[in-house]
Design a protein around this ligand. Structure first.
Ligand SMILES: Nc1ncnc2c1ncn2[C@@H]1O[C@H](COP(=O)(O)OP(=O)(O)OP(=O)(O)O)[C@@H](O)[C@H]1O
Ligand SMILES: [Mg+2]
Length: 436
């Protein structure tokens, strides 16, 4: 069995025996040589994350969201599609059927990278709501420790914890039983230090030891924790404290979820501190489209500008109506609509839409920004906003997400040609019309 000795090593004059069983303290992090800056994104296949709020291999991120806003669906999609080598999924105090779901789905889905069931690369830690609270407290730290074990072999490991609020509640319950002095909302005063000792175990590190060729070894541990604030109130202690320890927040919004805008990641409240570290990586995925010569960072910048202008204009639009805005602002509203419907909204349950790779992501967003660029040009030449809205190709652009597969990138390029032809024809027709 696992406690039998399997090998011996000479240490000085003594011999030391080892079995397969290993015991580590789970609340202490495993040693490594040094921590490095993040330099690669963890590609999640979710467009809103990969473009606007990216996470890196070795990064940390919190996903706060009220009841039913999609935390579990996001965590499960990440477990399925993100490009980590190994996943440790901690179901902490959540429903048992969700864990059963994962077990079932992961045996059925085949990992495109290895051709084996996805379950082969996942460690599931099940601690459902009906299990004892003390086990729940341990589940989170057991999870990261197992993750560190694989990281030490040189893998990129990602830990998903759903949900860290249930874990914090178990701390509260235990602390109550121990009659410790409660702090904010009854949570123990050491809640922040517990949370930080969880998230600080993430990182992109140089490992102890060398590989077979005597070269340095590297590994990474990414942590994504969901948070369920009561009544969706983000100022409560667990959400507020987590924000101090993570580098990114994907804030889920119940209004978006009600209106079926999934993933319900609010683009105004969410943030990520990682973009500057991964610009270079994205540069290497870029392709040349002479008609719209922008890279990932510039796409991000433009999309952010359009979305924030859209937000400012919403209020005025309600007062005076969209049709009374200057044409240029109407164009921004229209492009923002395209970005929301054609890019940000993504179904986790559609066979094509559930995972968007880097190239398709850039293809879709560049095409939408090309509509913007050409639209501005058309307005300058005296065309009306409706001429732009009525372009036939727009429908095709909106359908790319679930109609064109990652590997059929040429179809996106064809669409671009059709769009440019359509605009050319429009200009010619109008020119002829004016000459009459
Ligand atoms: N990306 C998505 N695509 C399609 N539907 C989604 C998506 N995200 C969430 N949903 C829908 O929202 C429902 C609730 O999502 P989920 O169970 O993930 O919420 P939750 O935040 O984990 O809720 P709870 O607070 O109860 O744990 C899902 O059953 C699904 O129908
Ligand atoms: Mg859930």
């Amino acid at each position: 069995t696992i406690i039998d000795d399997i090998f011996q090593i000479k240490v000085g004059n003594d011999k030391k025996s080892f079995s397969m069983l290993q015991k580590w303290p789970i609340i202490k992090s495993r040693p490594f040589k040094e921590r490095n800056l993040p330099n690669k994104p963890l590609i999640t296949g979710m467009r809103v994350i990969d473009l606007l709020f990216p996470i890196t291999k070795g990064g940390t991120c919190g996903v706060p969201g009220g009841f039913g806003t999609g935390k579990t669906v996001i965590q499960q999609s990440l477990a399925k599609w993100s490009d980590a080598d190994l996943i440790v999924y901690i179901g902490c105090g959540e429903r048992g059927n969700e864990i059963a779901d994962i077990l079932k789905q992961f045996t059925e889905i085949i990992d495109p990278k290895t051709g084996r069931p996805l379950l082969d690369r996942i460690v599931l830690i099940a601690n459902t709501s009906n299990m004892p609270v003390s086990a729940r407290e341990a589940s989170i730290f057991s999870g990261v420790t197992i993750a560190e074990y694989y990281r030490d072999m040189g893998y990129d490991v990602a830990v998903m914890a759903d949900s860290t609020s249930r874990w914090a509640e178990s701390l509260r319950e235990i602390s109550g039983l121990l009659e410790e002095m409660p702090a904010e909302e009854g949570y123990p005063a050491y809640l922040p230090s517990k949370l930080s000792s969880f998230y600080e175990r993430a990182g992109n590190v140089k490992l102890l030891g060398k590989d077979e060729q005597g070269k340095e070894k590297f590994g990474s541990l990414t942590i994504i924790g969901s948070i369920s604030p009561p009544a969706g109130d983000f100022s409560e202690p667990v959400t507020a404290t987590t924000k101090n320890f993570v580098q990114g927040i994907w804030a889920l919004d119940s209004n978006l979820a009600y209106s079926k805008h999934y993933p319900a990641i609010n683009w105004l409240n969410s943030y990520s501190n990682y973009p500057e570290y991964i610009t270079e990586w994205w540069q290497s995925k870029n392709f040349d489209w002479p008609e719209i010569d922008i890279d990932w960072s510039q796409c991000r910048k433009q999309v952010n500008e359009i979305l924030s202008t859209d937000n400012e204009l919403q209020y005025i639009t309600q007062l005076i109506g969209e049709e009374n805005l200057p044409e240029h602002q109407q164009l921004i509203l229209f492009i923002a609509q395209l970005i929301k419907n054609g890019f940000l909204i993504q179904s986790a349950f559609d066979d094509i839409d559930n995972f968007t790779d880097a190239k398709k992501l850039l293809g879709i967003i560049k095409l939408i920004l090309l509509v913007y660029k050409e639209g501005e040009e058309l307005l300058k030449q005296g065309f009306l906003i409706d001429d732009i809205k009525e372009l036939d190709t727009i429908n095709g652009v909106l359908r790319i997400n679930h109609a064109i597969k990652n590997e059929d990138f040429y179809l996106i390029e064809n669409l671009k040609k059709t769009l440019l032809n359509e605009i050319e024809t429009l200009k010619l027709l109008q020119g002829a019309f004016q000459r009459k």
